[in-house]
Design a protein around this ligand. Structure first.
Ligand SMILES: NC(=O)C1=CN([C@@H]2O[C@H](COP(=O)(O)OP(=O)(O)OC[C@H]3O[C@@H](n4cnc5c(N)ncnc54)[C@H](OP(=O)(O)O)[C@@H]3O)[C@@H](O)[C@H]2O)C=CC1
Ligand SMILES: O=C(O)C1=N[C@H](C(=O)O)C[C@H](O)C1
Length: 272
């Protein structure tokens, strides 16, 4: 039996679930030991390799998180807010690393995750790619360097199956811009403009969301002033960037002290 760290993937049949399982199975540094789906899903009881249309992997998809997490060193979770909050109480009991890519979490969900992080390592980010995490640092620096003559707008585009808006990444970029300006995003955020909205307020940070086709994920941070514009842009063309980031986070978290971490910690980009 291999002594590589054992990893469980939740939301196994999802776009990210399948990408994660392929990434882990191909990695020389980790092994896939479990795959979880919701009760009643067609994949329950099937071999996960076969369910994905490939060769047998010797792992049956389960709907029992307690059983699946018991022997895992890490759980990688890209599902939905209610599921992620439920899983966090179980990963905390099992003392395994919980890597969370799920977006659309409410403030109250995040409070519950922070409570679980008192007992277990949680690494959470709305985007696990190196490029976006670097872009948050650039956004913060540009926002700090410019005054409020520059209106900041975050524009994102995603596939037509995405259920939350603004995207987790757009919110990370908005937070970074607000931090650079020394303000709280909650006080300056403009979301979902429609109708007679009145003029744009100086100092506010706007968000716009496009949904269509199979767009993997595109984000612009626009700094617009009279006579000039700066655009910081990230284009994701392959979900492998998120899966590789999540696996890196899982391996980084093993053996670390309990706490709430993000990808800046994992990538060594944290300036604080
Ligand atoms: N942080 C990052 O880098 C990234 C984050 N994401 C985020 O990850 C999440 C998933 O995205 P994506 O893979 O595209 O979405 P999908 O809808 O393709 O996959 C989500 C999966 O989770 C499953 N699921 C939901 N609830 C449960 C549950 N209680 N138990 C087990 N499985 C459950 C769903 O099952 P069912 O279909 O039956 O509901 C589905 O298979 C989203 O929040 C997205 O924004 C995505 C890409 C990158
Ligand atoms: O749902 C997606 O697909 C993505 N979600 C994340 C987000 O909300 O920012 C990350 C990435 O953009 C893809």
């Amino acid at each position: 039996m291999s002594d590589l760290p054992g990893i469980v993937v939740t939301g196994a049949s999802g776009r990210m679930g399948q990408m994660l399982m392929r990434t882990i199975s191909d990695s020389p540094r980790a092994r896939l030991i479990g795959a979880l789906e919701r009760p009643g899903h067609d994949w329950i009881g099937q071999d996960v390799g076969v369910a994905m249309g490939g060769a047998e992997l010797g792992i049956k998809v389960t709907d029992d998180p307690l059983e699946a997490f018991a022997s895992a060193q890490a759980v990688i979770d890209f599902t939905a807010p209610a599921a992620t909050v439920e899983f966090a109480t179980i990963t905390a009991q099992a003392r395994c690393v919980h890597v969370i890519g799920t977006t659309g979490l409410s403030d109250s969900d995040i409070k519950k995750l922070d409570a679980a992080a008192r007992h277990a390592v949680i690494v959470r980010a709305g985007n696990m790619s190196l490029g976006v995490n670097l872009l948050t640092q650039l956004t913060k620096r540009v926002a700090a360097a410019l005054d409020e003559d520059f209106d900041i707008e975050v524009i994102e585009a995603h596939h037509n199956q995405k259920v939350d808006a603004p995207s987790g990444t757009a919110l990370m970029l908005g937070e970074a811009a607000a931090e650079g300006r020394g303000v709280s995003l909650d006080n300056v955020s403009d979301r979902g403009r429609d109708g007679i909205t009145g003029k744009r307020e100086r100092g506010h940070i706007g968000f716009s969301a496009i949904r269509g086709g199979d767009i993997v994920g595109e984000h612009d941070v626009l700094f617009a002033a009279p006579g000039e514009r700066i655009v910081l842009r990230h284009l994701a063309t392959d979900r492998g960037i998120f899966a590789r980031g999540a696996l890196k986070a899982a391996l980084w978290g093993i053996g670390r002290k309990p706490g709430a971490y993000d990808m800046l910690d994992v990538l060594g980009l944290n300036e604080n």
